[in-house]
Write a new protein. Structure first.
Length: 424
């Protein structure tokens, strides 16, 4: 088969490395694997040996200079170019299937060409999600049910007004004719694989073409040549507690890095920090006896050896911590991350240091570091998790449940795709 991966590449690398995990398996099965990418991530993908068949200008939904809900409208040219690149790539490689991540703007390749698209999509994007993006409220308590019933129509109206309408306008420019009026319509032709857990990302119901497969991790970063072997990490940790701090690829403002790192100095613990791809290591302070800073680190290994994980609330980073039984302090900088950060609190698995306001949860720009108290909140919450064993105990218990439910997520995903295509 010819398999085209179309992860969103204009912001973080999370969706790329999730795709790598499946791409490796498909290649080992003898299939041809191709990628699309924006110009910023082309080299990262090609470094792993994959062919990037179409490149487009970045369409950065995490743009630090523009977090407004009008982003899709003001960057329509880039949106159309992105969609066209993926459509043309599928045609150029004669794709048998497109695997997108997260494809929350819909399967435009399928609508344009008929080539089936299968999405790796976090549960909060699925229309049947029990919680609400940006605030969660996922529990079945009466207050949560009441607030969900009031707020869901507001969010759905905002999605139609600010997102769906802009996607349909891009379709119009490309020449795709549709009559979609909701997310359900937009996703109707696209099977969805949720690389997470029903308990953490609960759904009111799921269709036969929506399936939880468990968290997917790529082992590439665990192979990094460097000094962060298990032995060296334990030697650095010594007899102190260890914080693993990761910025991922969603933080584009260097000031935020500085504020977080300054706050961490107040914690009496060892710290290992992953900066991510957005800044050079040389732009930050030198390592010292209490803090090691790198761009990329073996995150799964560090999650296993640390006591507390600190991250932006991305689904992958949180799942990496939780499958290793570690509680999380999160500082979300995006609407999707805010959902997961709040979900940590609802399950007593961690704390959210950058809570969004319930009156503005549908506005993307509210999820930036506009609150000067965030670094102080982080310090307070890290201390709380270090001192209160209930968080660690809950995380350990949850890790047992989730690992038992999903013994082999990558195989589950690949087998689902094979079976689905066999029936087409």
């Amino acid at each position: 088969m010819n398999i085209l991966f179309t992860p969103i590449t204009s912001s973080s690398i999370a969706h790329i490395i999730r795709s790598f995990a499946l791409a490796e398996r498909f290649q080992s099965d003898g299939h041809n694997v191709y990628f699309t990418s924006c110009t910023l991530k082309k080299g990262f993908i090609e470094k792993e040996g994959y062919s990037v068949v179409k490149v487009y200008d970045p369409f950065n939904l995490n743009d630090e200079q523009d977090q407004s809900v009008s982003y899709l409208s003001s960057h329509k040219k880039e949106l159309v170019t992105w969609f066209k690149a993926e459509i043309e790539a599928a045609q150029d490689v004669n794709a048998d299937v497109v695997i997108g991540s997260p494809n929350f703007l819909g399967p435009h390749v399928t609508h344009a060409t008929g080539v089936p698209t299968i999405a790796l999509m976090n549960g909060q994007y699925v229309p049947t999600s029990r919680g609400l993006m940006g605030i969660s409220l996922s529990n079945n308590s009466l207050p949560h049910k009441f607030l969900r019933n009031i707020l869901r129509p507001i969010f759905n109206r905002q999605f139609i007004k600010k997102y769906l309408c802009e996607v349909l306008d891009a379709y119009r420019i490309i020449g795709i004719k549709t009559t979609f009026k909701s997310r359900e319509d937009l996703y109707s032709d696209m099977p969805i694989l949720i690389p997470g857990d029903m308990e953490f990302e609960p759904q009111d119901n799921i269709t036969k073409y929506t399936r939880f497969i468990g968290p997917i991790f790529w082992n590439g970063f665990e192979k990094i040549d460097g000094d962060l072997t298990e032995e060296s990490i334990l030697k650095f940790k010594a007899n102190k507690q260890l914080l693993f701090v990761t910025f991922g690829g969603s933080v584009f403002d260097k000031v935020i890095y500085g504020r977080v790192l300054d706050g961490l100095k107040k914690i009496d613990a060892k710290k290992i920090v992953a900066l991510g791809p957005n800044f050079d290591r040389s732009e930050f302070p030198s390592d010292n006896e209490n803090m090691i800073i790198r761009n990329f680190v073996p995150g799964f290994r560090l999650s296993r050896l640390s006591d507390i994980v600190v991250n932006t609330g991305s689904q992958g980073a949180i799942m990496q911590a939780l499958v290793n039984g570690k509680p999380v302090v999160s500082f979300p900088v995006g609407i999707d991350q805010a959902y997961f950060a709040n979900r940590l609190e609802e399950m007593h698995l961690g704390r959210n240091a950058n809570k969004s306001n319930i009156y503005s949860f549908t506005k993307r720009e509210t999820y930036q570091f506009v609150d000067d108290r965030v670094p102080e909140n982080m310090v307070s919450y890290i201390r709380e998790l270090l001192e209160d064993p209930s968080y660690s105990n809950n995380a350990k218990a949850y890790s047992i449940r989730i690992n038992k439910r999903y013994p082999d997520p990558i195989n589950s995903a690949v087998e689902f795709i094979y079976n689905y295509l066999a029936k087409k």
